[in-house]
Design a protein around this ligand. Sequence first.
Ligand code: FE2
Ligand code: FE2
Length: 193
Amino acid sequence: MRISYTELENKVRSMIKEKRFQHSLGVVSVSRMLAERFGLSPDDAAYIGIYHDAYRYSCTEETPSYCISHGIEVFPEEEKEPMLLHGALAAIHFPDDAEGDVPDYFQTAVRHHTLGHREMGRYGAILYIADYIEPGRKHLDDEERKNILSKPRLEDMITTIMDMQNEYFKREGMKNAAVSTELYDYIKSGGEL
Ligand SMILES: [Fe+2]
Ligand SMILES: [Fe+2]
């Protein structure tokens, strides 16, 4: 047994800033909609969505070694920028905060929501997409949202988002994480999540 969605929502509200909490609510509503559309559980998607950023403000220089000691693989970009590991921290703490067992795919989804990963699973895909397009996000307009949602598969939505991100990275002179590029190439060569 684990606590209800509402109890988890209340807990998360006390863990993060109001703005981040509102973002999380936006992620929940988009996640529910996508889960319904693709035949997954809207309740599971909501539980994952409300929790995904609970550790957004908890990363320190020690976080990479903390994650490694909990059996989590840490990627070079995360080593350099520990904030990227807030999903990994959430994965570690999920059963404690839920006060009971959570399915592995809950932990896998939150673990990989920032950089993406070919093993992120379908709930991971939903979270990744919802995190990017939830209505509170100001970095894209409704036309771009509509374009992402018009794709027939979750995989195509992800590569559309990554194309947009890569353009941004190029403008900023940044390099995409290797694990993200691996996901992109995996989908483009016919891989499914
Ligand atoms: Fe996040
Ligand atoms: Fe987020």
